[in-house]
Design a protein around this ligand. Structure first.
Ligand SMILES: [Zn+2]
Length: 129
């Protein structure tokens, strides 16, 4: 499994950062060097809200290598309070998962590479009780 470059930037996920385009105002996630909408490189890193609601979800039973210990788990698209959509996984799920469910971002270990001891981090969401 190759690790996308932005995943190596732990800060981006720890603080849930995105970018804001200074040209067109588009806010997006994950952080990247140019605006996905107008391709301007005049972007700045911004803090994203940690809360949002689930807009779609799917239960993953056949995980990529390294994720076997975590199945089944939910992959979700969360619409944050500012309207930005973020792809993540759900954690601490005890009840039914449904669209519109309120969640907040948490910082959790996603997977661990046994041989090299690499730890991958990503965005996880948990239901707000
Ligand atoms: Zn733009």
């Amino acid at each position: 499994m190759t690790v996308p470059r932005y995943w190596r930037n732990i800060g981006a996920h720890y603080r849930l950062e995105g970018i804001r385009c200074k040209s067109c105002g588009e806010v997006s996630f994950p952080p990247r060097s140019s605006c996905p909408k107008c391709h301007s490189k005049d972007v700045e890193v911004v803090q994203l809200p940690r809360k949002g609601k689930v807009v779609s979800f799917s239960l993953l039973r056949s995980p990529p290598n390294g994720f076997e210990a975590y199945v089944p788990y939910y992959v979700v698209v969360v619409e944050l309070e500012n309207g930005v959509r973020v792809l993540g996984t759900l954690t601490d799920v005890f009840g039914e998962v449904k669209e519109g469910m309120e969640v907040e971002a948490v910082f959790r270990k996603i997977s661990e590479d046994g041989e090299e001891g690499l730890i991958h981090y990503g965005t996880k969401f948990r239901p707000i009780a």
